[in-house]
Design a protein around this ligand. Structure first.
Ligand code: APR
Ligand code: PHB
Length: 404
């Protein structure tokens, strides 16, 4: 068994782990990342691509911003199409100048990986049997194997950045955590294609046929989604069927100008709201998807991971560099307050924009027809009132990070 040591052991090299590692290193706090899969596998995952200003600022703080600033696109607004009528949410005007950045999560991850390589920090990719020990003691450690060699990593703290299916959350005894969950009764069928986006800004569509989203990665690459039954298989959706259905859900003026082409990726993802409380136990902190999941409707997944990272790294900086022992004990409380706000927004957007068949009516103790009327009039109210639009805009650009 080979012994290694660091300040913070980070489990997982997704955006949470990589960003945390980079920010800690900038403050002179040593860290080692242990990741289950290979770097290329991580870069093969297609994820969302809307960054709040808070994350853009954090990437600047981490010194990993050059390509994002060059290749990303600032979006001043987006549209919600309500049964064919498009309403523009003018983010810039409604939030006193705030905007979002359109830049793919995969690219953020690529940039963070490159920065980590340059800084010479250790990352153990393709590790197996990653196991956490002594999280409630003064001497936690992580054991794992890589290339047939066994390692023991001793550390001050462990940051569990290993996503929803990781080992970190499961290392907290079941009687010391509480989980909150809503699984939605449909999925999102996503298609990536090298075609120009149908519009300059995103369009979220509420229709009689279900939800659709028109998004993008660049001026030549589009990302589209359709709400589909969870029982659907990707093989049931050839490209032609996908484009035909998308046209029926886009506002008519957009449908008329849609450029179609072969898909370069196609997959179905389930939608889930999930929170684990607390987000820390002893020396272990849960960060990002390890602690919470949001349905993608509000584009909050990555952004919420980023605010966890910002909070944790600032608290650890206080401990290591500003002599404030135990500062990190406030992590869970500070992170959860923002997590629940983003959970609520993502849940609300999802309720408002999808077709729930008879599921939501049942869940709300009313027939589906009545439930749909309530949802319709709620969205109607928000879209037709400046105050309502402002409420959507303020949450879409991202609520402020808590003061530390
Ligand atoms: N040991 C080590 N690494 C692990 C383990 C394990 N037992 N289990 C999982 N991992 C790794 C995964 O392989 C993955 O690379 O942890 C990483 C977690 O990355 P993500 O799932 O991307 O989670 P996170 O970094 O929190 O990113 C936040 O924002 O848009 C959302 O869900 C989206 O990925 C996104 C997230
Ligand atoms: C995406 O571009 O993949 C995307 C954008 C916004 C969302 C969800 C996904 O709300």
């Amino acid at each position: 068994m080979q012994s290694i040591k660091t300040n913070v052991a980070i489990i997982g090299a997704g955006p949470s782990g990589l960003l945390l590692g980079q920010l800690l290193a900038k403050q002179g706090i040593d860290n080692i990342i242990i990741e289950r899969v290979a770097a290329d596998y991580i870069l093969g995952r297609i994820r969302a691509g809307i960054l709040e200003q808070g994350l853009v600022d954090l990437l600047h703080e981490a010194d990993v911003y050059q390509r994002m600033d060059e290749e990303g696109h600032v979006h001043d607004g987006f549209a919600i199409s309500y049964y064919g009528k498009a309403y523009r949410i003018d983010l810039h005007e409604l939030t006193e100048g705030k905007t979002v950045m359109c830049y793919g999560q995969t690219e953020v991850t690529r940039d963070l990986m490159a920065a980590r390589k340059t800084s010479g920090l250790s990352t153990y990719y393709s590790s197996s049997n990653v196991t956490l020990h002594g999280i409630e003691t003064a001497h936690p450690c992580v054991t794992f194997e890589q290339d047939g060699v066994s390692y023991k990593l001793e550390c001050d703290y462990i940051a569990g950045c290993d996503g929803f299916h990781g080992v970190s959350r499961q290392s907290i005894p079941a009687d010391k955590r509480e989980e909150f969950e809503r699984v939605y009764p449909f999925g999102w069928l996503g298609v990536l294609s090298d075609t120009p986006p149908v519009a300059d800004e995103l369009i979220y569509c509420k229709t009689e046929r279900g939800f659709a989203l028109a998004s993008m990665r660049s001026s030549t690459r589009s990302r589209y989604y359709l709400q589909v039954p969870l029982s659907d298989k990707v093989e049931q959706w050839d490209d032609q069927r996908f484009w035909d259905e998308l046209k029926l859900r886009l506002p008519p003026e957009s449908a008329a100008s849609l450029v179609t082409g072969p898909s370069i990726e196609k997959s179905i993802a389930p939608l889930r709201s999930f929170v684990c409380e607390p987000m820390q136990l002893g020396k272990l902190f849960l960060v990002g998807d390890a602690a919470h999941i949001v349905p993608p409707t509000g584009a909050k997944g990555l952004n919420l991971a980023a605010s966890d990272v910002a909070i944790l790294y600032r608290l650890l900086n206080k401990e290591y560099n500003e002599n404030q022992a135990n500062a990190s004990q406030r992590y869970s409380e500070l992170a959860l307050s923002r997590v629940w706000q983003a959970e609520r927004f993502s849940w609300w957007m999802s309720n408002m924009l999808h077709d729930f068949k008879d599921d939501a009516g049942k869940a709300n103790n009313m027939d589906q027809k009545t439930f749909e009327r309530f949802m319709k009039s709620e969205l109607d109210f928000y879209l037709n009132s400046k105050a309502g639009q402002k409420v959507i805009a303020e949450q879409y650009v991202g609520l402020p990070y808590p003061e530390i």
